[in-house]
Ligand binder design. Structure first.
Ligand SMILES: CC(C)(COP(=O)(O)OP(=O)(O)OC[C@H]1O[C@@H](n2cnc3c(N)ncnc32)[C@H](O)[C@@H]1OP(=O)(O)O)[C@@H](O)C(=O)NCCC(=O)NCCS
Length: 395
């Protein structure tokens, strides 16, 4: 079946998580993604756990549907091969430190000479401009520097990182969006361009109403645990046998919750009559009122009651439970691939569901240099010249 990005060619110089997360989405939707890796060592995630048969499952879930070409960009022959690839490509992606691509002699200005229509898409910790631009970063640095850690967790836990590396996820997703915007612009005008996503900007941009609390409300927000900064009640609550969550964002849902708890008296209580009042009077009053009820029921009893009443409700599932959940199965969010070294493995499915041109996981992640011969042969290199490049360590 045809995929949305068929015909788009991406030269993928990304590494670690943020950049590869972007090119994973492009590859899932049919772009040809050629991943350039350092000869003999490859992407740093090839060393990241968990591993099976000495092979990284981390690399394997993230780089499905891509091809791997080893290329020493420190050598002139390596650069020449990159230039040949870029000539026929639509997009170049990279997430080195700012300046590394220029130092290698393969930065935007060089690649634009080879292909003026190229879309050159970068992720960095802090962006191409500003006093921090040249500094290296991983997700935890971006979570710390963006303000995210200061508003996550509970007061007693101290500043807390969000579990997975969402600074990488969001910047990878923004890069994907930016690439699609740039492709659309190029479609209309023929013009390529540079695209610059910073992990710090990215996480700052998703701090939701924390920013207007500061700029409009005039105070610096802190940690609010599991409660939502703008909707009340929207939190985890104690049941007889563990925690559950409820999200009650409107007065209509509030009335439903009060009825479900047998507390119609609370519906028109002036302390709780609208969202703002419920927020102002949440701790300890309203939370105690709700928990006085939820503590008398098991999680399963609450699920039946709340779901039956149309109230947004969730059990707090662990990774095993969500992976085996019928909803995850129905949405095909866990798919099986047959990896040549790891064997059959289950990995995340495709979350962007295009109904006429669905994305899919068709190929396992490549072994290091698995597509060296295929890609170089297409560029016109003979068997002999390919083995010469191998001997010289260019590939
Ligand atoms: C991830 C990061 C911290 C790693 O830092 P680093 O290893 O010090 O620096 P770089 O990734 O820029 O460069 C790695 C080196 O490999 C070299 N290299 C990488 N690919 C190469 C190739 N194919 N051929 C030859 N050399 C290569 C680079 O030239 C550089 O060499 P140098 O150390 O002599 O300058 C950094 O790349 C970074 O901040 N990236 C932007 C933010 C980001 O995406 N972070 C990761 C989120 S998961």
């Amino acid at each position: 079946m045809m995929k949305a990005l068929e015909g788009v060619r991406v030269i993928d110089l990304t590494q670690a998580y943020s950049g590869p997360f972007c090119t994973m989405h492009l590859a899932d939707h049919g772009a040809e993604v050629i991943k350039i890796e350092r000869p003999g060592m490859g992407d740093q995630t090839r060393d990241w756990g968990p591993t099976k048969n000495d092979c990284s499952a981390y690399y394997a879930f993230l780089n499905r549907n891509k091809k791997s070409l080893e290329l020493d960009l420190g050598s002139q022959e390596g650069k020449d091969i990159l230039f040949k690839l870029v000539k026929d490509a639509d997009v170049v992606c990279e997430n080195f430190k700012v300046g590394t691509m220029d130092k290698l002699g393969v930065g935007y200005e060089e690649l634009k000479k080879v292909n003026p229509k190229i879309i050159y898409a970068s992720i960095s910790g802090f962006g191409l401009t500003g006093p921090l631009s040249k500094l290296p970063a991983y997700d935890i640095v971006a979570q710390a520097m963006s303000g995210l850690m200061s508003i996550t967790g509970f007061e007693e836990s101290g500043p807390t990182k969000v579990g997975p590396s969402i600074g990488d996820n969001y910047s990878g997703a923004y890069l994907t969006i930016g690439i699609l915007m740039a492709l659309y612009h190029r479609e209309k005008t023929g013009e390529g361009q540079r695209l610059d996503v910073a992990m710090m900007d990215t996480l700052y941009s998703v701090l939701e109403n924390a920013i207007v609390k500061y700029t409009v409300g005039g105070f610096v927000p802190g940690q609010e645990g599991n409660a939502d900064p703008s909707i009340t009640p929207f939190d985890s609550f104690q049941a007889k046998d563990g925690l559950i969550v409820l999200g009650v964002g409107t007065n209509g849902l509030w009335a439903k919750l009060c009825k479900a708890m047998g507390r119609e008296d609370l519906i028109n209580n002036p302390l709780y009559e609208n969202n703002i009042k419920r927020g102002d009077n949440y701790l300890p009053g309203l939370k105690n009122e709700i928990e006085a009820f939820t503590k008398t029921k098991t999680k399963a009893e609450l699920e039946e009651l709340m779901v039956g009443s149309g109230i947004p409700f969730g059990q707090i599932l662990n990774v095993g439970e969500v992976s085996e959940h019928p909803q995850t199965k129905a949405r095909e969010m866990l798919v099986e691939v047959d990896h040549p070294v790891i064997g059959k493995m289950r990995i995340q499915g495709v979350p962007i569901k295009l109904h006429n041109t669905p994305g899919s996981v068709d190929m396992p992640a490549p072994l290091l240099g698995q597509h060296n011969e295929e890609i170089l042969a297409k560029l016109g290199y003979s068997k002999e010249s390919i083995s010469e490049l191998k001997d010289k360590g260019v590939i």
